[in-house]
Design a protein around this ligand. Sequence first.
Ligand code: AMP
Length: 191
Amino acid sequence: MNIILLGPPGAGKGTQALRLVEERGMVQLSTGDMLREAKDSGTEMGKRVAEVMARGDLVTDEIVIGLIREKLEGDNGGGFIFDGFPRTLAQADALEALMVEMGQPLDHAIELQVNDEVLVGRIVNRAKEAAAAGKPVRADDNEESLRTRLMAYYKQTAPLIGYYHAKGLLRGVDGLASIDDVSAEIGDVLG
Ligand code: AMP
């Protein structure tokens, strides 16, 4: 089973992906994590995307599709969880083509439904918690970048909700519920 987790920044995609990895042996494919890794290891591509990411804008489709293509060739364990990908219609089309090529199904696009006020609170909190624990704070976890990230979400990513609805793959989950309850709802979808 291969699934997409859809939702704005701070909706809880990463948290839920981690649960699915632990509980079902699925494989998380987070393009955000891959890009941060590239940035931290100082690759040419990492250097090129650092500024775009810090600002909160999307990096090019070409780069993220390339990253995903590489990972699809690896082991998929209990299935892939696409976390933070696709984020544009072009990425969604590319993913579909890649899955067909691999002979893999795309089973569900699970939308974590939340509201903006909660998102801002969660992200400011994530930054505070990281700082308190002596962990690095994400360069884009500040109010200005967050505003850009939300706008990128509404302009470029939110159309995917309609796209996956039209394909019969969309499943909505209440992302405002507790982590355990969201997890249980996702479990119901996956069966
Ligand atoms: P995330 O960790 O998913 O919040 O992603 C952090 C940042 O990485 C985003 O704000 C974008 O700058 C970049 N990014 C991650 N995934 C994608 C994607 N699928 N398409 C374009 N940019 C992305």
